[in-house]
Design a protein around this ligand. Structure first.
Ligand SMILES: Cc1cc2nc3c(=O)[nH]c(=O)nc-3n(C[C@H](O)[C@H](O)[C@H](O)COP(=O)(O)O)c2cc1C
Length: 332
């Protein structure tokens, strides 16, 4: 499959197109690829930034980082080593990466499997089965984060209440913000075939959980029983973190997240993220202090577990037309 003799521009275009399967905050897909004859440039699309929810652009940059990791997997699977320069232009922070084809290489079995995982990966917000992920699986997930350029801290059982508190407090503060509410409403009320956002069919039925997921429908009454049994009793939680809280590290954090998510698929596990406790300064600091204990800057919380066969399936999120996000630049 080593791919000499293929036109670099078409290979780079295919890789960028596959990268659009990457996850993104509220499925905003805040990226644009300019595909030149010999390289492709990944830009942050600031018109799609959630200015109230994600004013720093942390989640936007993490999302683009996953897209960058997916593009690299696609190039390796096509038989090329990706040659990536991150943030190549000090004058333009929105140019997140420039990618060229490095040498030809036979794709490894692992890489081909990662490529296939990209095609089926999705977030699963449904309550998990009563079965914990194995210690070995969790070890492989932390190794994937390390290899990807960031780290994963497995939340210890005695730290879960802190995560629950952080999520609860972040939700209260965000729901009190009209601009946050408007963004949430905007991105959760698009048609399923619009190819963006989180239409209702994607989101799970309300459930009482140990660590509640983001309330995507705060104007609807969840109508839960008075003393419901808590779902996700066997879920494990993890914090994706890095050495610094800046765009260069968020980009690497996104690449690490991509590796973790593809490893989740390989291990047959399920995952969904929580960015709400990171979006709010006070709860981000709480997680940094009480959960990470100074290990680094938190980027995202993950809920990890085993999918329950008893839960009804949910619709998959769509994607924007590739022509909107991958723009070939004609030769001069
Ligand atoms: C940086 C980032 C933050 C996210 N935050 C949340 C979140 O707080 N709650 C949630 O349920 N999903 C969250 N998601 C998941 C996205 O909503 C999801 O990836 C997107 O809708 C695309 O769906 P898919 O991943 O199933 O393809 C986040 C994803 C990313 C990459």
């Amino acid at each position: 499959m080593a791919g000499q003799a293929r036109d670099p521009q078409s290979l780079l275009r295919e890789a960028a197109a596959i990268a659009s399967l990457a996850p993104s905050i509220h499925n905003t897909q805040p990226w644009q690829w300019l595909v030149h004859e010999h390289d492709t440039e990944l830009y942050a699309d600031r018109t799609r930034q959630l200015l109230a929810t994600d004013p720093d652009g942390r989640s936007l940059t993490l999302s683009c980082g996953v897209a960058l990791q997916h593009a690299q997997v696609a190039l390796r699977a096509a038989g090329y080593l990706p040659d990536v320069v991150r943030l190549p232009d000090p004058e333009d922070g929105d140019l997140l990466a420039r990618v060229r084809l490095g040498g030809a290489t036979a794709p490894s079995a692992e890489c081909v499997r990662d490529y296939q995982s990209m095609l089926i990966r999705h977030m699963d917000r449904r309550p998990f089965a009563d079965q914990p992920p194995s210690d070995e699986a969790l070890r492989q997930l932390t190794a994937a984060a390390d290899a990807g350029g960031a780290h994963l801290h497995l939340v210890r059982p005695e730290q879960v209440t802190t995560v629950t508190m952080a999520v609860g407090r972040a939700g209260e503060l965000e729901r009190a913000e009209p601009a946050y509410q408007r963004e949430l409403h905007d991105w959760t009320h698009r048609d399923l075939d619009s190819g963006e956002g989180l239409p209702a069919g994607v989101l799970p039925e309300p459930a009482a959980r140990r660590v509640p997921i983001r309330d995507f429908a705060p104007d609807q009454d969840a109508a839960l029983p008075d003393e419901p049994e808590l779902a996700d009793r066997y879920a494990r939680y993890a914090v994706l973190y890095g050495d610094r809280d800046d765009p260069a590290h968020w980009l690497r954090g996104g690449e690490a997240l991509g590796s973790v998510l593809l490893t989740v698929v390989r291990l047959g596990l399920a995952v969904s993220p929580y960015s709400d406790p990171i979006e709010v300064l006070a709860t981000r600091q709480l997680i940094a202090r009480e959960v990470l204990a100074g290990l680094g800057a938190p980027y995202l919380v993950l809920r990890l577990g085993v999918a329950s066969p008893e839960q009804p399936p949910r619709a998959r999120t769509g994607r924007r037309p590739v022509a909107d996000t991958v723009v070939p630049v004609p030769r001069d």
